[in-house]
Write a protein that binds this ligand. Structure first.
Ligand SMILES: N[C@@H](CCC(=O)N[C@@H](CS)C(=O)NCC(=O)O)C(=O)O
Length: 202
């Protein structure tokens, strides 16, 4: 299976963590693919016209896009360990959606923050800060229940979003006032699948 991959992408990292958790990492042929909002990449677009990564090309040519879809596919392939059943399933999916939304916000925030000051929209910057803060608070409120659940697709997304905040928003101080989320993230960061997939600016 060919994976459009980058060591910088938190969405790709979700897929890589799942692959390691499921024992499937060796089956992925990771192809370095440069995805940037302002620069459509024809090599990616052959497989994903949105020019976004991750995109997974299966051996029969079928293409799966979106990190959550790909993680669910890998879980299915491995016999299902990361997607719970029953009520826990909807909890995990909701947690994943919230974390994906947090990642989307952080990326938009970074794009805006990195513009020359004269071109920044102050109202957007303020709104990003408010929404990111509220989402982090919600994760703190989800403790200790979230920490007690077996590791699932939602935990992967939350951990990747927090680690991305460390990577691109070191000054955000997301740990302040969120002791339980902080403690949970220490455990997340120590997992072999997470250690094997560190995000780097390369
Ligand atoms: N919802 C998608 C988001 C993927 C995404 O935005 N990936 C970024 C890389 S971190 C990308 O490809 N950006 C290029 C672009 O937006 O054109 C997912 O979960 O896979």
């Amino acid at each position: 299976m060919k994976l459009h991959w980058s060591p910088r992408s938190p969405y790709v990292r979700k897929v890589m963590i799942a692959a390691h958790e499921l024992g499937l990492a060796g089956r992925l042929d990771c192809v370095r693919s440069l995805a940037a909002m302002a620069t459509p990449n024809p090599a990616i677009m052959q497989d994903n016209p949105l020019s976004k990564i991750p995109a997974l090309v299966l051996d029969d040519g079928q293409v799966l896009i979106d990190s959550s879809v790909i993680v669910e596919y890998l879980d299915d392939l491995a016999g299902g360990r990361l997607v719970p059943v029953g009520t826990a399933r909807w909890e995990a999916f909701s947690r994943q959606a919230l974390a994906n939304g947090l990642l989307d916000l952080l990326i938009l925030w970074r794009n805006e923050r990195d513009k020359p000051e004269a071109r920044q929209t102050a109202a957007w910057l303020d709104a990003f800060a408010v929404k990111v803060g509220a989402t982090l608070d919600r994760f703190e409120q989800m403790m200790p229940g979230m920490a007690a659940k077996p590791f699932d697709i939602g935990h992967i997304a939350v951990g990747c979003a927090l680690s991305y905040a460390d990577f691109r928003f070191a000054d955000l101080g997301w740990r302040t006032g969120r002791p339980e989320l902080t403690e949970w993230h220490v455990g997340f960061a120590a997992r072999p699948s997470v250690l094997a997939t560190g995000i780097v600016d390369a």
